[in-house]
Write a protein that binds this ligand. Sequence first.
Ligand code: ADP
Ligand code: MG
Length: 152
Amino acid sequence: MDGERRPHVRAVHGVRGTQDFARELAQSFGPRAFYALEGDLGAGKTCFVQGLCDGLGIRAAVSSPTFAIANEYRDESSGRRFLHLDLYRLSGPDELDTIGWDDYLDSGDPMAVEWPERAEGRLPPGAIRVRFSIGPGPDDRTIEVDPPPPDR
Ligand SMILES: Nc1ncnc2c1ncn2[C@@H]1O[C@H](COP(=O)(O)OP(=O)(O)O)[C@@H](O)[C@H]1O
Ligand SMILES: [Mg+2]
């Protein structure tokens, strides 16, 4: 057995390709995972969150947290929650306390954070890092997942 755990790299095409991959990962990593989503504006981080929620069976309308920093999606039938944070507008790690960052982490609910660079040093040890890059075509994305999903 190769004991080395290299990042998992997937090339996807179109919004659907990104969502399908996210759905697959949500099922592999399970309902308590924390995702740190890195990539430029328009890279597909929010699309990816739609797939994560879907993969966990949380039916909710996922959108960019435009005015708020945090969105909570609650599935009507199960009551389960998914947390979606976009830290783009955060000035720095100190401001995390004003948004109740530690309470979110302690909740154990599945969570995805865009612009996790703003929370460097405050990410949970088990964070799954997902890096998005655009190209070669406008609808192509390369998505790198570290650690890779567990074998199922
Ligand atoms: N493969 C792809 N995956 C995700 N988004 C894509 C893809 N191809 C094109 N797009 C477009 O890129 C944009 C991604 O937006 P969004 O998910 O909000 O990005 P981010 O949250 O990283 O800023 C959308 O306009 C979407 O239609
Ligand atoms: Mg976004």
